[in-house]
Ligand binder design. Structure first.
Ligand code: COA
Length: 151
């Protein structure tokens, strides 16, 4: 699958050779992608350069695991295009009421692409690592959900 944001920016599935530049981009923002397989990633490419990347993982529910755009390319619609592309990757899931979730420190960005903020108490119900985390009560990550009908 490939799509174009414009003549300069291509959005496509990630390839194994993209994992090194994706890792560098994510580490710019201290985003941990350890254990996330290449199949779950999409990238934004400008010329030969990876300028954005995101992953949607599909476990008990789909989750936008991480998303990042190179600082020089932010504010050009790349992040929202990546989200739309990632959502297509899970669009064949049939569960009627399924939400796509994310845990994020950028809730406003996710609101702009249709996600709504949930009660943070849901974190411990949805994620085992949150349930077992001793910083849960002070955690600043918002839980956002995109309902199927709003995609
Ligand atoms: C969040 C991020 C991926 C957005 O990428 P982007 O390409 O700049 O986003 P877009 O250009 O598609 O922006 C879409 C809208 O969201 C807004 N927006 C983007 N990033 C935002 C942020 N961090 N906070 C608030 N609003 C934001 C934009 O202003 C734009 O609004 P508009 O439609 O009213 O003009 C990018 O800012 C980034 O890499 N941030 C650092 C990593 C991060 O925080 N990732 C998310 C946590 S996992």
């Amino acid at each position: 699958m490939t799509s174009y944001l414009n003549a300069d920016i291509m959005i496509r599935d990630a390839l194994p050779e993209d994992m090194a530049p994706i890792g560098i981009l994510m580490s710019t923002y201290f985003l941990d992608i350890e254990g996330v397989p290449v199949e779950d990633f999409a990238v934004a490419q400008a010329g030969e350069k990876i300028v954005g990347a995101g992953a949607i993982v599909s476990g008990r529910f789909p989750e936008v695991h991480s998303i990042a755009v190179h600082p020089n390319y932010r504010g050009k619609g790349i992040g929202s295009s990546l989200i739309r592309y990632l959502l297509l990757k899970v669009s064949d899931r049939s569960d009627a009421d399924i939400c796509v979730y994310t845990r994020t420190t950028s809730p406003v960005f996710f609101e702009k692409v249709g996600f709504v903020e949930m009660d943070p108490a849901i974190k411990a119900q949805l994620w085992e690592d949150c349930a077992g985390c001793n910083r849960l009560s002070t955690c600043r990550q918002s839980v956002m959900c995109l309902k199927k009908g709003s995609r």
